[in-house]
Design a protein around this ligand. Structure first.
Ligand code: NAD
Length: 244
């Protein structure tokens, strides 16, 4: 069955949208007639000039900057229908030697950043009585991994956060869901798995997907076809293998 999601007239904020899964999502949403607004600390030249894609330089860990950027989107477009909260960092560090600033930064971006973005977009969604929010967890939230404690902790915390938020806003027809993307070849994946040997391992076991492989899951969750909320959508093989 072909995917035919229509985003005409809809506005998506996608954090971390300058790279990887977020960039593919922004492009796909715009191709379907919607407006995709990227919040990222980086700029994606590949997205420049694509009709329906806008880029805003926003550090999601900066709550004031997030509020300002969301107000700007509302001023320009009048509404926000969806939030895909993908911005994340994954520095490798063992616990014993970890610089406290590394711990705080990971939590500030991966966890606080999701909270600030959700807080900023929700009043509009509640008022319009519709909206869809997607956050990303990771197999590391369950499996853990050496030198990934901060990332794993941040990704684990997002699951009960999303479920609790889903319960809070369900009466307003705003949905909040969690996606486990699986092993996806993106800048973050390459940085966190720097050696060819590790990448060969994933390729030989779970397989390495492309950002495009996650996009249809996300478009589905953003669409009216998805009536679920508080759910955890696990893309092929990722959770069973507990690797991503
Ligand atoms: N790629 C995978 O295998 C995988 C597996 C499990 C979960 N995930 C999750 O999926 C999501 C997307 O991952 P990806 O692999 O596409 O990542 P990516 O590294 O390709 O993109 C992440 C983006 O976040 C941006 N970013 C970093 N800090 C930011 C900040 N403070 N404010 C705003 N933007 C910031 C980066 O500039 C980058 O563009 C992430 O939440 C990630 O944790 C990815």
């Amino acid at each position: 069955m072909k995917s035919t999601f229509d985003a005409q007239g809809e506005v998506l904020v996608v954090t971390g949208g300058a790279n990887g899964i977020g960039a593919a999502t922004a492009r796909a949403f715009a191709e379907r007639g919607g407006t995709a607004v990227v919040f990222d600390v980086a700029h994606a030249e590949e997205l420049d000039g694509i009709a329906g894609v806008e880029q805003h330089r926003v550090d999601v860990s900066d709550r004031e900057a997030v509020v300002f950027a969301v107000d700007e989107v509302l001023r320009r477009h009048g509404r926000i229908d969806a939030l895909v909260a993908g911005a994340a960092v994954q520095p490798r560090s063992d616990v014993v030697g970890m610089d406290p600033d590394v711990w705080r930064r990971v939590l500030a971006v991966n966890l606080d950043g999701v909270v600030w973005c959700a807080q900023a977009v929700l009043p509009g969604m509640i008022a319009q009585r519709s909206g869809s929010i997607v956050v990303f967890s990771s197999g590391l939230a369950h499996a853990g991994r050496a030198q990934a404690s901060a990332y794993a902790a941040s990704k684990g915390a997002l699951i009960p956060f999303a479920k609790s938020l889903a319960a809070e806003v369900a009466d307003y027809r705003v949905r909040v869901n969690v996606v486990f993307p699986g092993v996806i070849d993106t800048p973050q994946f390459r940085a966190a798995n720097p050696t060819g040997g590790e990448r060969e391992h994933w390729a030989a076991t779970t397989g390495i997907g492309s950002p495009q492989d996650v996009v249809d899951c996300l478009l589905f969750l953003l669409s009216d076809a998805a009536t679920m909320t508080g759910s955890v959508l696990t893309r092929e093989r990722s959770f069973a293998q507990e690797v991503a």
